[in-house]
Structures are given as C-alpha cells and as structure tokens.
Design a protein around this ligand. Sequence first.
Ligand SMILES: Cc1cc2nc3c(=O)[nH]c(=O)nc-3n(C[C@H](O)[C@H](O)[C@H](O)COP(=O)(O)O)c2cc1C
Length: 175
Amino acid sequence: MNTLEAIFSRKTVRAFTGDITEEQLRTLLKAAYAAPVGRALFENVHLTVITRKDLLDKIDRAGAAMMQNPSMHPLYGAPVFILVSAKLSGPNDNVGYSNCACIVQNMALAAVELGLGACHIWGAVRALASDEALLKEVNLPEGFTPCCGIIVGRTDEVYAPREIPENKIKTAFIK
Ligand SMILES: Cc1cc2nc3c(=O)[nH]c(=O)nc-3n(C[C@H](O)[C@H](O)[C@H](O)COP(=O)(O)O)c2cc1C
C-alpha cells in the first residue's frame, strides 16, 4: 500500500475481534517514534501501552461516567490502548498537544497498512486525566499530562479507498 492509498483508506474503526501480535505492536510503536516532534524534543512526549484488562476496564468506566452514560464503552473493548502524554509548558502549549496528535496519526496510518482497527481516543483520556487514582495507575513520569491516545485491535472491517469530497473541510485560498 502506498502512502496516499493508506491516507485515503484510513477510517475510524470501533469494532474489535481480538488482540494484536507483538510484531504488530512493535511496528505501531516504530510509526509513533517516526512522528515529527517540535524542536525534536522527544523527551517531552511519553507513550504508555496499556493491555491490562482491569485497567482498560477502569479507564472505560471513567470515560463512560464522564459522559454520563454508564452503558457506553468509550474504549470499545479494544485489547490495546496507547496513551500519549506530554510535558506541557502550560494550557496553551499548542506544540505539546500537536506532537501527541502527530504521534497518534502515524500509528493510525500504520494500523491501516497492518489491517488493524484503530480509533483516536480523546473522551476517555480527558476522564483519565482528571482521575487521581487512574493517574496513579498509569504511572506517568513527573510533569506529564495525558493528551490523547489510540485504541488498536484486530477487526473484521476492511480498508478501501474512501470517497473524500473536495469541500470536506472548508478551505480558503488567498492569491
Ligand atoms: C483528536 C481526535 C479525537 C477523537 N476522539 C474520539 C473519541 O474519543 N472517541 C471516538 O469514538 N472517536 C474519536 N475520534 C474519531 C472521530 O470521531 C473520527 O475521526 C471522525 O468521526 C471522522 O471519521 P473517520 O476517522 O472515519 O474519518 C477522534 C478523532 C480525533 C482526530
């Protein structure tokens, strides 16, 4: 698959059928490490690969509670959740948040190539970031804030090039 095919085929997958292999995880992490990071300050970002079922369940429940919908599952039963955290210089550290987004998107595109399902996760991360007990369990290095994440797993869904309308994002041209 070439790069544009992967980009045009990528879609959010929220239905999972099983675990990923060690090799697939290594490839996803390599994609994360290949991401651009502002001023190459790689020490300001941190990844946590969470596969422990009871912790995934706790994060799932915290996300559902935050959204006031106990029957929802914001981690969709995925077997792997990769949390991306950053050492932020403050609430307006747009570089810090952007670094995390670049890292997640690299993994999302790698998931397409690997035929794995993946979904960016924001809601459950917000719940995690405001839950002292959960923060303790994910054991981030001092000064790091959970910013976003991605769930990954095997899926029955297939990737194929999607119709991408030209005006999907309103775009201004200044000539
Ligand atoms: C920054 C960001 C945060 C997102 N957070 C969530 C989330 O918490 N839960 C979820 O189910 N989807 C989440 N998504 C997925 C979007 O809902 C999805 O990308 C959007 O509906 C477009 O669909 P597509 O990815 O299939 O093109 C997130 C996407 C992005 C880029």
